[in-house]
Design a protein. Structure first.
Length: 182
């Protein structure tokens, strides 16, 4: 998925995709962010939190929230609140979101460069979501450019095996938006 200069290199299972459109920018109607809700790797991600909701129909995982750096402050919280309202109108009653507190760096000729500072879910908590603790630790394989080699790639997922593009260079071409967050 590519948004401006931001590129996400894996394709999550997306049920709903919402685009944040900047109507005041010089190029009116410019896409400046994307939020996706979808299917986690295991139903237990949803049922352990929302035991009474039907997974995938009434509860989903926040797969991605990506905004351009120059989007004004509080845009993440606004976009998240708007997307959740739109999803609720389609029957979604619970959303699980994960934070990633580990910073990511890449090595350059001038030394290490931070490409992702890490976060503790501040915008989720600002929205009123509850912090429920940490998930099981897992080992990540970091590539020299700072990207993560995901377990599906290491195991030889079908998407990687059928592609002529190296796994480290695969980029999602984007998701169709269920609704713009104008």
């Amino acid at each position: 998925m590519a948004v401006g200069k931001i590129t996400v290199k894996i394709r999550p299972a997306v049920r709903f995709a919402y685009g944040l459109i900047d109507t005041a920018a010089p190029a009116a109607g410019q896409l400046v962010g994307v939020l996706t809700l979808g299917i986690p790797t295991q139903a237990a991600v949803l049922t352990s939190v929302f035991g009474r909701l039907t997974p995938y129909e009434e509860s989903l995982e926040l797969n991605r929230l990506v905004l351009l750096d120059d989007v004004p402050a509080n845009a993440e919280t606004w976009a998240q609140a708007r997307a959740f309202r739109l999803a609720a109108a389609r029957g979604i009653r619970g959303v699980v979101a994960h934070s990633d507190p580990e910073p990511r760096t890449r090595l350059t000729a001038h030394g290490p460069e931070t490409i992702f500072p890490g976060h503790y879910g501040t915008i989720y908590q600002a929205k009123g979501m509850d912090y429920l603790g940490k998930t099981r630790p897992r080992r990540l394989t970091m590539l020299p450019d700072g990207s993560v080699l995901h377990s599906g790639v290491r195991a030889g997922s079908a998407g990687v095996l059928t592609s002529r593009i190296p796994a480290s260079q695969q980029v999602d071409e984007g998701a169709r938006c269920a609704a713009p967050l104008v």
